[in-house]
Design a protein. Sequence first.
Length: 408
Amino acid sequence: MDRQAVEELNADLAEFTGDVFAYLAYAGQRGYGQQYLRGLMLDGRRKSVEPMAERLGIPRQNLGHFVAQSTWEYREVMRRVAARADRVLRPSAWLIDDHPFVRYGHGTAGAIVQHCGERDQHLCQVAVSVHAVSRRGSSPLHWRLFLPQSWAEDRARCAKAGIGPEITHRTKQRIALDLLDDLGQWGLAPPLVVADSDYGTNVAFRTGLTARGIRWLLAVTGHTVVLPAIGAPVTAWARRRPSITVDQVSAEHRYRARRFVYRARTADHRARSGWFVAIPVHIAGIIEREHVASTADRLLPLRTLLIQWRRKRGGDVFRSWITDLPADTPLAALVRHATSRWYIETDYREMEQALGLGDYEGRTYRGFHHHVALVSAAHLFCLEHRLNPKGEGTTSARTRSWLVSRSR
């Protein structure tokens, strides 16, 4: 967005930041918060502190101190962002994911050589995030940086990166549950949690959601072991029931698959299609049995297995999910929730390319969380203005076009 376009949004931005940054104790902090959002939205190849300060015409040291060292709590900003996003989007689901951030310094908080998206193995940080999703769009609700075990065991290294002794290694699945607990304390509850197979194949994560009363639809691998439902209760320790994998189940039910067209919010914005079938099953395996609630008969709960193929004939299973939604949930609703993951892929791309999500060059734990909270706020501002452009009568067509292209 060019400078003229940003200036046209000044009044709306002031109102937005007055709410989101109301927590900040000092007027100077609130002012730099608004400036940082302006810097993120302004055109420019990189959205790190120095080039943003130059484009804004403000001291680099002041802007850098605000994001890297100032003691404001990023959770308070995310709490307000999450509340606004929930009101604006009226989400049908929350999506959980982890996102890599490429780094080039081993002193950057939490950075190790690990799987890094399309780059495969690279030095990067990974943050777990929760996003609200509806047909109106999507927006991040919360973030937290994953701290690898090697970092947690080196407290001197942690101290240099501003990681306090209270911050320890936690699995990504445990972090995701912590984020959901935070959001619950903020008065928000997910209608449904959707996540990929890193979370769906983790028994502790599934049982953690169930213990919190949260419905879930989680991707699983083809090697996941299930017991076909037979229309009668199945005890957790049944030994005469043959267990089979998701891939084996798919071969028996492919003929029942129905074709659905869904809009994948990818770069080309083209519609996608797939063949889907829903099958009642019980999740099997010794570990799963050990997590069954202690009841008199120890019954395995009935679940629904959703399978997708790209073509009805030929080719392997494309994706599969298991959900604890009621057995009578329409197939169309299951497909809509399962394919909603495309929304956050678009969020990531737009926040990376237009709002500088991965451009922060600081190395501290605090600075990282400040930056992603501010990017989330900027993303939500653009989304709000697209859905309800208050200044439509005076905002130029070019500004409205930019907002639509960044948020659709």
